[in-house]
Structures are given as C-alpha cells and as structure tokens.
Design a protein around this ligand. Structure first.
Ligand code: CAA
Length: 259
C-alpha cells in the first residue's frame, strides 16, 4: 500500500489514514481505489471490529477530491466520470460495512471529505475542524452522496444553506446540527477519544452491532441511485467547472457564465 494511505491494525480495531498533508489530504483517483482495496482487507479480517478513518497531520481531515488532479492538462470529463463513479461505489461500501466506523475529523472536512465522513457511523472532531460542501464555488456539485446524506443528517433547510452558499461551519454549529457527536479540544485529544470509542465499540457483540447498523441505516435510507454522481459527471463537461477549477488553482475569484 502506498505511503499516501495506510491501515494500522490495533487490538480489535484499525485506523485508515489518508496521508497527503501537502494537498490537505485531498483524494485523487489512486487513493479512492486504494480505499477500496483496504476495505477488502478490513472485511477479510475478523479481528477488526471497528474502523477509524482520519487524515494525517493537524490541519486537515480531507479537503475533498483532488482539484489539482482535475486541473491537470488533458484531464477529461471521462477521467472525472471514472473518479466519481469509483468514489460512489467505495463510499456506499463504507456506509454498508458491518463493523462500526468512526470519522476522526482533524481539521478541514470539505467536499468529498465531508461526504466520506457522512458514510461513517460516528463523526467526532477536534476544535479546529471546519465543515463544508463548497463544490458550487468550483462550478460542480457534491457528487459522492453529499446532496443526499447532508439533508438526511442535518435537515433540508440547513443542507441548502450549506450547499447552495458553500457555507463553512465550525464544530459548535456541527454539534448543534447533529453532524458531529463530540468535539475535542485538539487533535491529540481527538485521536485518544477515537481510540477509546473504537475500543468501546469493538467490545460489543459483532452480530448485534451489524444488525443494529443495518436496521438504523434502513430506517433513514433515502434513495442513492447514482443520480447525484451522474449530475457531477455532467458538471465536468461545462465551461463553468473548468473556470471554477482554474480559478481555485490560480487563487482568484471565478467568473461563471452559466454554460
Ligand atoms: N485538492 C487539491 N489540492 C488542495 C485541495 C484539494 N481539494 N485543497 C487544498 N489543496 C492544496 C492547495 O492547492 C495548496 O497547494 P499549494 O500549496 O501547492 O498551493 C495547499 O493544499 C494548501 O491550500 P491553501 O493554500 O488553499 O491553504 P489554506 O489554509 O489557505 O486553505 C483550504 C485550505 C480551506 C482547505 C483550501 O485549500 C480549500 O478551500 N480547498 C478546496 C476545498 C474544496 O473545494 N473541496 C471540494 C473539492 S471537489 C469535491 O470534493 C467533489 C466531490 O464531491 C467528489
């Protein structure tokens, strides 16, 4: 497994870490494919009874999909389509794991990062965490389930306030919205808290745990049939998405034309 993502096995649980701190732990195609492979490893090992997902360092959990990759010369809508559908499948896999999952959110939790966190059963964060689905600023939409899972978790009105305005929220608001269940004073305390929660969950009866999860997920399940991912793929064919991505990489304000 590459050094940009790794799985550490502890007693009873495992920690999956995205390790691209210079890119704020953004997810490129290779990393998404590797998450899929690591999930095979997690599912094959009965000693892993809980999975923590986190980002390396103290600044960012995951700042979304890799905008640098999207801005690479020659990057085609078909490349984006592959990344999006691969992410769609992998994220649904995370949500459907039989073992409990914890997103330990150690900083920026944006775009595809928040979408991954929302596939986890528990979201806990450090005080420096910031949450947003800012895709509209890039001329694209959150296509890894964000338009479906965010309203499911925080309600339609708040989700529109965040998504349509690319609004960034702090842990106190995330706690009030029910987007996280616990806030720790710093990243070290968060990591200790995640370990402790994982140990607690790993000690529970695995069959009951899997059934509880399945029943709860079924009770709140709204459709997730690839429509949002296909809409995101479409966005990558527009001039506005090229403008939004270029503007981000050139550190300027985008000028959207509606085409
Ligand atoms: N992809 C690639 N690189 C990224 C990145 C991303 N998502 N986010 C940050 N970086 C890179 C920056 O380009 C920058 O690189 P350089 O040093 O080479 O210039 C480096 O990380 C540090 O970023 P900043 O200089 O911007 O640092 P900051 O502290 O001022 O801001 C930030 C940090 C708030 C995370 C800001 O970088 C930001 O807003 N990032 C973009 C977040 C975003 O739009 N995410 C959505 C992506 S699209 C998506 O996820 C689609 C989907 O649904 C699948």
């Amino acid at each position: 497994m590459s050094e940009e993502i790794y799985l550490e096995k502890k007693t009873g649980y495992a920690i999956m870490t995205i390790n691209r701190p210079k890119q704020m732990n953004a997810l490129n195609t290779g990393i998404v494919e590797q998450i899929d492979k690591l999930l095979d490893e997690v599912e094959a090992d009965p000693s892993i009874r809980c999975l923590i997902i986190t980002g390396a360092g103290e600044k960012s959990f995951i700042a979304g999909a890799d905008i640098g990759q999207m801005g690479t010369p020659g990057y085609q809508p078909a490349d984006a389509h592959y990344l999006i559908t691969c992410g769609y499948k992998v994220y649904n896999r995370v949500e459907g794991l039989k073992i409990p999952t914890i997103a330990a959110i150690n900083g920026y939790c944006l775009g595809g990062g928040l979408e991954l966190a929302m596939c986890c059963d528990f979201r806990i964060c450090s005080a420096n965490a910031r949450f947003a689905l800012p895709e509209i600023a890039l001329g694209i939409i959150p296509g890894w389930g964000g338009t479906i899972r965010l309203p499911r978790i925080i309600g339609e009105g708040r989700a529109k306030d965040m998504i349509l305005r690319a609004k960034r929220i702090k842990p106190d608001t995330a706690l009030q919205y029910g987007l996280v269940t616990e806030v720790f004073e710093d990243v070290a305390a968060l990591r200790a808290g995640a370990d402790s929660l994982a140990q607690e969950l790993a000690a529970k009866a695995p069959i009951t745990m899997a059934m509880d999860k399945e029943m709860i997920n079924r009770s709140v399940f709204t459709y997730n049939d690839l429509t949002d991912s296909l809409a995101l793929s479409y966005c990558f064919t527009t001039a506005d998405s090229r403008e939004g991505i270029s503007a981000f990489l050139e550190k300027r304000t985008p000028d959207f034309k509606g085409r």
